[in-house]
Design a protein. Sequence first.
Length: 253
Amino acid sequence: MTMLDLNNAILVSLLVIALTTLLLFVSLRKATTSAAGKEGIISNKKPIFVIAGPSNSGKTSLFTLLSNNKQRPTVTSLDVSKLENLDNRINVIEFPGHFKLRYKLIDFLKKNPKIAGVIYVVDSTVDPKELTKTAEFLLDVLLITESKKNMEPNILIACNKSESFSSRPPLRIKEALETEISKIIVRKKKSIGDVNIITQDGTDESNELEMLKELSSSGKFSFNLLEGSVDAISGSVLKKDIVKWQEWIEEQL
């Protein structure tokens, strides 16, 4: 091989590497843009409705039903689902309820100050005494929505599985959530207070502590203390009985 051939081979190799790098960069950029559009800030002006709640409560099935009037079995969603043009008027976004994936919802709420409503789906067959995790997740949402100026969306506690003989009335579920959130706030205030005493750090923990105090300003937590309204309404995704939930959405527009 002559020196000229060697130089040409090196040049071709460098060009291949450069093109491969460029294609990889473009591919990653598209993926990042797609993810940002899916879970980041919604750019259009349509009202945003968020579907959230614990795993296996029926969130994904409700989202599917709102999308195409078809019901599918309850599954554990692992990603964010977005429907931009439901009835060509609103954005509906469903977030996974798994503990390790809840940050997706929290990040979204922080980035999007204008939320028309939060549809918090709960399993109405769960014993009110076992609502701790459900209440903890809801409190995490409230700490964001209530701290954002001019956000304070109205909240629908969608009590799913009302077709079951073991389902609880919406009012009882709402009261049980208030009781459980009150207990959680007491624990959180003590925990944050102890941490601040040890670390002398007054940043995010102090802000959260102030918010917790506001949410329990009357001595215990009550949904009546929130800026937005909170309605608990029964329904059934399995039986496609979601008319009252749809009416609630209409009332927010």
